[in-house]
Design a protein. Structure first.
Length: 118
């Protein structure tokens, strides 16, 4: 018996395949990419920090939390926009929150939410 003669159990039972393991056949079902470098960076130790903001900070050369001390969120945003002009404005509140976290030890828990910094 050849391997080509074996019918997969999913075909017999009619169960759909798991979309994350299917080949990309041009559909919209792709496995989401994970930015492992950003997820493992020191920036992610800031509570409620967005991974995309951590990636932006890494891209402009900020890899540690202490590097945010004394910086302006607006100037950081300008540097990020120089790299990627399509960067959305909501990230500015995350930058402000990150700077607050870096400059205050211990930070107040109620200040560690991006909506406070809009």
């Amino acid at each position: 018996m050849a391997f080509d003669d074996i019918i997969p159990i999913d075909a017999l039972l009619g169960k759909p395949k798991d979309p994350q393991y299917e080949e990309n056949t041009g559909g919209n079902k792709k496995k989401k990419k994970v930015d492992r470098e950003a997820m493992q960076s020191a920036i992610m130790r800031i509570p409620r920090m967005d991974v995309r903001v951590a990636r932006d900070l890494i891209d402009i050369g900020i890899k540690e939390i202490y590097e945010l001390q004394g910086r302006s969120a607006e100037s950081l945003m300008e540097e990020i926009k120089d790299l990627r002009p399509e960067t959305p404005e909501y990230r500015l509140s995350y930058l402000r929150m990150g700077i607050y976290f870096a400059e205050n030890d211990p930070p107040e828990a109620n200040m560690l939410h991006p909506s406070v910094w809009q």
